[in-house]
Design a binder for this molecule. Structure first.
Ligand code: NAP
Length: 283
């Protein structure tokens, strides 16, 4: 039977520590501040932004929101980002995805100054992660790594499978596991024989957005199973990409949904804002 990787508790501990760091920064005249931009009225995004706002408030980080109508032009969005880049009182800028199709999201991410890119999506940060330099790491993969470290889970030399190759989760996750010296295999929607590949893995990280996709008979006995997925079923229940009940008896460690990776993502965002504010102090 698996041990639960308690992301909720670890995130709580990290947030407590960050709160103290924020208090210390304020004593030195630095007031950490995050600006979040949202374009359109995606319901899920509204919930995510509300959670981020609440987390910032609880940690003592100033938070401001820019809510743009769905018809907002790319030019207007980029101008706002540039103004935030130049505003010294703002330490972190986050563009909530998705954005409407007429906006090139990569162009928008590129416009966010790398030193304020607390989501780690600017290619400068993506590149620095790849070459192992200090950078802002995408919050969800970073949160997964913190969880693995907290529970002293060996990654070096282990076979890790990352399911999903999105720019925001899968790809940085692959890089993070490589940086932890795992042997990494990636699966995506075109991968053949996924079951055979997953079966070989010591560490399975699922980030595909397919409810209950990973079953107990797909994993190796004693595998560590990390569930990044957040899927809402028709009955309103939130489940991950892993069939928790089925996998639990066979895994050595497993993250629950909710209460696993999700809270860690928010904690890592706060941590990146504090890091950005500290970098400002160093200048
Ligand atoms: P995404 O952009 O939709 O990417 C999904 C990835 O999964 C793609 O690479 C896709 O392959 C792959 N995929 C889809 N179906 C597959 C299948 N049957 N077998 C293998 N691979 C398959 O999603 P995302 O933004 O990365 O998010 C993934 C999940 O994580 C979602 O449930 C999302 O809600 C959740 N999420 C959670 C957090 C958190 O904090 N817990 C944060 C972000 C996202 P192709 O590239 O070939 O299309």
């Amino acid at each position: 039977m698996a041990e639960i990787l308690d992301g909720k508790q670890l995130a709580k501990d990290i947030r407590k520590d960050l709160k103290e760091q924020v208090e210390n920064l304020k004593k030195k005249g630095i007031y950490p501040k995050l600006s979040v931009i949202m374009v359109g009225d995606n319901i899920a995004s509204q919930v995510y932004v509300k959670n981020k706002s609440k987390a910032c408030n609880e940690t003592g980080i100033d938070f401001e929101e820019y809510l743009f109508h769905e018809s907002t032009s790319e030019e207007e969005l980029l101008k706002t980002i540039q103004a935030l880049n130049e505003n010294d009182s703002i330490h972190g800028i986050l563009l909530q995805s998705p954005v409407p199709n007429h906006i090139n999201i990569n162009k928008a991410f590129r416009t966010i100054a790398p030193e304020k890119d607390v989501d780690g999506f600017n290619p400068v940060n993506v590149g620095n992660l790849t070459i192992g330099e200090d950078c802002f790491i995408s919050c969800t993969p970073h949160g997964v790594i913190k969880l693995l470290e907290k529970y002293h889970i060996e990654t070096e030399g282990k076979e890790a499978i990352v399911l999903g190759r999105s720019n925001i989760v899968g790809k940085p996750m692959i890089q993070c596991m490589l940086n932890k010296n795992s042997t990494v295999t990636v699966c995506h929607s075109k991968t053949q024989n996924i079951d055979d590949i997953v079966k070989k893995a010591d560490i399975v990280i699922a980030a595909i957005g397919k409810p209950n996709f990973i079953k107990g008979n797909m994993i190796k006995e004693g595998a560590v199973v990390i569930d990044v997925g957040v899927n809402r079923l028709e009955n309103g229940k939130i489940v991950g990409d892993v069939d928790f009940e089925d996998v639990f008896p066979k895994a050595s460690y497993i993250t629950p949904v909710p209460g696993g990776v999700g809270p860690m993502t928010v904690a890592m965002l706060l941590s990146n804002v504090v890091k950005a504010a500290k970098n400002k102090l160093k200048q």
